[in-house]
Design a protein around this ligand. Structure first.
Ligand SMILES: Nc1ncnc2c1ncn2[C@@H]1O[C@H](COP(=O)(O)OP(=O)(O)O)[C@@H](O)[C@H]1O
Ligand SMILES: [Mg+2]
Length: 259
């Protein structure tokens, strides 16, 4: 089976500090890969590179066999096709990042409307297209269990509900790969639980996901594979049983002991 994502020898430096070093991994359709590691190990930078929010200094990113980025090939540099490239990925941040001035539903429809405006038939079929977008937003709200909250503003929602709106928003443009950057670290335990339940449902329906998390027991339950990052490298990787049940390197052993 063809991998949906291939990351090859990715490297990124900020000034003189090497933040990502020779990162390679792949992801098959429907797999959930969790990334664990101490603060500062490069997890967020890796997700930002995959979402083309940062330009890597070396390496390649392929989605479904298409080379989206190749540091050696100037024609793939991040440029006007950036928005197209970003459509492959959805990203859910630690701190939700909802637009405070828009309702839950509008937060979800916003990108879909911007995207639809580029369609040649938008003016002629505006009414139908907007109705379709509205229906899709309703379906996404239902998927994250928030049908009743469509008309509320972020400040009227709990942190867990806000994060579920952010998840629905990330799904709106149908990304092939959904990325989460510590989606529950800003939440109390009970609010974390509802967000984790939503993520688990997405995993169960076959979504391909990359999950940066400090929730070790959740990572163990939901992941197909786990990557342990240290100092910008993938220090160890394996199945959840291997990583959590039989960690090989002293570095991972000590990380897990303190997690
Ligand atoms: N924009 C930036 N400029 C300079 N250094 C950065 C920038 N972003 C991240 N870093 C540095 O890169 C390293 C990895 O950061 P990050 O990817 O956020 O790690 P993690 O998400 O694992 O905590 C840290 O040392 C951080 O200070
Ligand atoms: Mg981070």
């Amino acid at each position: 089976m063809q991998n949906i994502l291939e990351v090859q020898h990715l490297a990124k430096r900020f000034g003189s500090s090497e933040v990502l070093n020779d990162i390679s991994f792949s992801l098959a359709k429907g797999e959930v890969v969790s990334i664990i590691g101490s603060s500062g190990s490069g997890k967020t930078t890796l997700l930002r590179c995959l979402n083309f929010l940062e330009q890597p200094d070396a390496g390649r990113i392929l989605v479904s066999g298409e080379t989206l980025f190749d540091a050696e090939d100037p024609s793939t540099k991040l440029d006007r096709s950036l928005r197209h490239k970003r459509l492959h990925f959805g990203l859910v941040f630690q701190s939700f990042h909802l637009f405070p001035q828009y309702t839950a539903k509008r937060n979800i429809t916003l990108a879909m409307v911007l995207h639809a405006k580029e369609r040649p038939n938008y003016r002629a079929e505006k009414r139908e297209i907007l109705a379709e977008i509205d229906a899709r937003a309703e379906a996404l709200l239902a998927e994250v269990g928030l049908s009743e909250k469509a008309a509320l503003y972020p400040y009227q929602l709990s942190g867990g509900q806000q994060q579920r709106v952010a998840i629905a928003r990330a799904l709106a443009l149908n990304p092939e790969i959904l990325c989460f950057d510590e989606p529950t670290s800003a939440l109390d335990p009970e609010l974390s639980a509802e967000v984790l339940a939503t993520i688990r449902r997405l995993a169960d329906t076959g979504r391909t996901m990359i999950l940066v998390t400090h929730e070790m027991s959740f990572a163990r339950q939901v992941s197909s594979r786990v990557l342990f990052m240290a100092d910008g490298r993938i220090h160890e990787q394996g199945t959840p049983e291997e990583i959590f049940g039989a960690p090989k390197s002293p570095r991972l052993q000590s990380f897990l002991a303190n997690a």
